[in-house]
Ligand binder design. Structure first.
Ligand code: FAD
Ligand code: NAD
Length: 471
């Protein structure tokens, strides 16, 4: 009998397993994906085909693009620049192996047992494991944590095939497609569209909605759309893909825009229209755990209606983000140990790793307007930040929103250099209940791009030093 059995080894599952074992529980992690040696392929979407390989390619392609377009302003001339896509892909694959192998090491060091197979909860305390050879084994568990993650959504208008791929396929093209179509101007569409555009593809992004990145602050939505178009991404809003045909060496696509039917042809098409949770066939129906819109229903502590069965990460409500899943995994392990750990769902940071980066935490201006809260806006452009100018990264801004009455920081939105790190600084201060004045009275190193956060806080109370204040 195990104290804790975790199903799935992504960032939600493996972190839950390690924490559970640290807390003294006899812990097993079940993973269905296997590597070439028949061992569990740990790390889930994030490490294998998500966060890590996409960031490896974003970084490599950025370096190539910089060398091609932007280094000459620094006085660095490169005469014979050449792209070695195989080397770029090998680097990405090595990083993935290093990190997934690292999880096996962490499991050993933390005494977490792992097993290959597909797990299914068949009763309150029993999990059936279907092994890769088809044999079955039942495991007894006092507590069960479901962390089975998510998979790309496939749409009828563009079923996956040789040239119509999901995000996983788009991380391993063998050559740079001349003409690349992307369905969905969401996070994956923009990140992977940017990778291939920087490497030389002519990229068209088709987005069904009329709004661009509607979850971001309206200023970010507006400015980033302009910037990405300038970088060469042809982003077509209000464009609904109606059909596609894989022609062996190309893809024919039809979409409608304002009642017009338009045809395009691409070498490859990436479909990135969201992800759906892996909640099917994970729990026996008679357990009574409810699944709504594909998500396993849990309370704020990730507990299902069966008290010893928990679910974390992409398989439950909330943003599909690795860090959100990991924090839920830790919370659940600690709750099993009867601690009172919570996740602060109001402060989940989001980052889009384009260049410039987009990052935010808390409420944006649209949300504050909707909720009728009176707020101050402090905005500081990187064009007025010394360090940003020194490194030729002066596009974008920091925008800080604070409560008009209490001065509490309600949201921070950054489009520009080190956006994720600047937002993280803001998030830590928000966790401690900081006001805009608290940030204003904090000393920031000079010259850093973080000073833009300082100035945005000052600007929210009309005290900015390096830009004009509102009269
Ligand atoms: P997953 O990582 O999906 O892991 C679930 C695991 O469970 C898998 O290994 C699966 O094989 C296993 N499993 C499923 N069913 C069973 C079963 N029945 N039995 C046994 N095992 C099973 N998020 C970020 O925060 N930052 C990023 O930069 C980022 N970039 C991304 C880029 C891409 C291209 C993609 C696709 C996603 C990205 N994400 C990013 C999202 C992130 O990858 C997910 O939010 C995260 O991986 C979810 O973690 P999880 O543990 O819930 O599930
Ligand atoms: P998404 O929800 O971010 O974007 C999907 C986009 O596709 C939306 O804009 C939607 O309006 C559009 N769309 C939906 N159906 C369409 C259709 N038929 N035609 C045209 N457009 C259509 O989803 P995603 O980009 O696939 O990413 C999935 C999730 O993975 C993200 O929501 C995020 O949680 C996670 N992720 C995070 C990161 C990160 O943190 N940097 C990176 C990649 C992925």
């Amino acid at each position: 009998m195990f104290d804790v059995v975790v199903i799935g080894s992504g960032p939600a599952g493996y972190v839950a397993a390690i924490r559970a074992s640290q807390l003294g529980f006899k812990t097993l992690c079940i993973e269905e994906s296997i590597d070439d040696d028949g061992k569990p392929n740990l790390g889930g979407t994030c490490l294998n085909v998500g966060c890590i390989p996409s960031k490896a390619l974003l970084d490599s392609s950025h370096k190539y693009y910089q060398a091609k377009k932007n280094l000459s302003v620094h006085g660095v001339q490169i005469d014979k620049l050449k792209l070695d896509l195989d080397a770029m892909m090998s680097r990405k694959d090595e990083i993935v192996s290093q990190l997934t192998g690292g999880i096996s090491g962490l499991f050993k060091a933390n005494k977490v047992e792992s097993i290959t197979g597909r797990g299914k909860v068949i009763s309150k305390n029993v999990i059936e494991i279907t092994k890769p050879d088809g044999s079955k084994e039942n495991i007894d568990a006092k507590n069960i944590i479901i962390a089975t993650g998510s998979k790309p959504i496939e749409i009828k208008a563009a079923p996956f095939s040789k040239n119509i791929v999901d995000s996983t396929g788009a991380l391993s093209f063998k050559k740079v497609p001349k003409k690349l179509g992307v369905v969905g101007a969401g996070i994956i569409g923009l990140e992977l569209g940017s990778v291939w555009s920087r490497l030389g593809s002519n990229v068209t992004v088709l987005e069904a909605l009329d709004d661009f990145l509607p979850m971001t602050d309206p200023d970010i939505s507006k400015d980033s759309l302009k910037e990405f178009k300038k970088q060469g991404l042809d982003i077509l809003l209000g464009s609904m893909v109606t059909s596609t045909k894989d022609m062996k060496d190309s893809v024919k696509l039809s979409y409608t825009k304002e009642d017009n039917e338009i045809e395009m042809e691409f070498d490859k098409l990436i479909v990135a229209v969201g992800r759906s949770s892996n909640s099917e066939n994970i729990l026996n129906d008679d357990l009574g755990v409810s699944i709504k819109n594909g998500l396993i229903e849990v309370d704020e502590y990730c507990q299902t209606s069966v008290s010893n069965i928990w679910a974390v990460g992409d398989v439950v409500r909330g943003p599909m983000l690795a860090h959100k899943g990991s924090e839920e995994g830790i919370m659940v392990a600690e709750r099993i140990a009867e601690k009172h750990t919570e996740v602060n769902y109001d402060l989940v940071p989001s980052v889009i790793y384009t260049h410039p980066e987009i990052a935010w935490v808390g409420k944006n201006e649209n949300e504050l307007k909707e909720s009728g809260i009176d707020y101050n806006v402090g905005k500081f452009p990187f064009a007025a930040n010394g360090r940003a100018l020194a490194v030729s990264e002066s596009i974008g801004f920091v925008k800080l929103l604070s409560d008009k009455k209490t001065d509490a920081i309600l949201g921070v939105h950054v489009f520009g250099p080190s956006a994720a790190d600047i937002v993280q600084q803001a998030l830590i201060s928000m966790e401690f209940g900081a006001s805009a004045e608290d940030i204003s009275l904090t000393m920031f190193s000079h010259p850093t791009v973080s000073e833009a956060l300082h100035e945005a806080a000052l600007a929210s109370n009309n005290q900015a030093i390096h830009i004009g204040n509102k009269k």
